[in-house]
Write a protein that binds this ligand. Structure first.
Ligand code: ATP
Length: 238
């Protein structure tokens, strides 16, 4: 039997004023999957995630999590239920240390085992351990991405929403970030990954969705999309 659907978007529409950015998107994420949502700049990927976590109002359609509609719920309430987003641009607390940022990530849950969970995050990101007492604002872009992901893990997510984690990073750091995404997935966290880096995102994905001008244009197993001539031409440049 197929794993249960944890997150689903059905005919989701989102607008900025008169501009429809998301024009009826349907997608689902099942327990244990890593689902990649790819597409060009401005396709509406980030806007879709924002609508899931209540950062942007839903104009029409629905979003459900664990079988119930979450329309209108805010990021904090959702994080408490295990649906946690790592935003584009990271949003770390720049004037707090690495350790303090990680502690903040645990605010949505009971305060047992926080130190043990910080050690688990440090095991995934040794760089953060080295810099545990450094202010987050003084870290490189890649390090701040690691911190944002580490902070999200502190909430003990069931489903992690990652918005363009590789954006603006050096090639070595991009490798590292995708390795960690795969690692977190292997550890049992269900992931919805939004990426412009289509080849890397599809290579990791159980399933993928291609988004163009506010709509889903293709879907299928990650490998199948990666080998599709139309996807290769439009998103991989060959
Ligand atoms: P990117 O990779 O650049 O983040 P994306 O696929 O995530 O692209 P969105 O950021 O969701 O795309 O943008 C979708 C559309 O909505 C674009 O046309 C964009 O210009 C528009 N848009 C995004 N944010 C706003 C905003 N705050 N106000 C008005 N229009 C917006």
């Amino acid at each position: 039997a197929a794993a249960p659907v944890l997150l689903s978007l059905s005919n989701l529409k989102v607008a900025y004023g008169g501009i429809q950015a998301v024009k009826g998107v349907s997608l689902e994420v099942r327990e244990g999957e890593l689902v990649s949502l790819i597409g060009a700049n401005g396709a509406g990927k980030t806007t879709s995630l924002k609508a899931v976590t209540g950062l942007q109002p839903v104009a029409d359609g629905d979003v459900s999590y664990l079988g119930r509609s979450i329309r209108g719920q805010g990021a904090w309430d959702l994080a408490k239920q295990g649906l946690v987003m790592v935003p584009e641009g990271r949003g770390t607390f720049t004037r707090m240390t690495i350790t303090e940022n990680l502690q903040m990530g645990a605010y949505v849950r009971d305060d047992k085992d926080i130190d043990a969970d910080i050690e688990k995050v440090f095991a995934i990101f040794p760089r953060l351990k080295e810099r545990r007492d450094q202010l987050a604002g003084t870290m490189s872009g890649g390090e701040q991405q690691m911190l944002a992901m580490g902070r999200a893990l502190m909430a003990r997510p069931k489903v992690l929403l990652l918005d363009e984690p590789s954006m603006g990073l050096s090639p070595i750091m991009v490798d590292k970030i995708f390795e960690v995404v795969a690692d977190i997935h292997r550890q049992g966290v269900t992931i919805l990954l939004v990426e412009q880096n289509a080849s890397r995102a599809l290579a990791l994905a159980s399933r993928g969705y291609v988004m163009d001008s506010g709509q889903i244009t293709m879907t299928g197993p990650g490998r199948q999309l990666l080998d599709d001539p139309k996807v290769r031409e439009a998103y991989l440049g060959h």
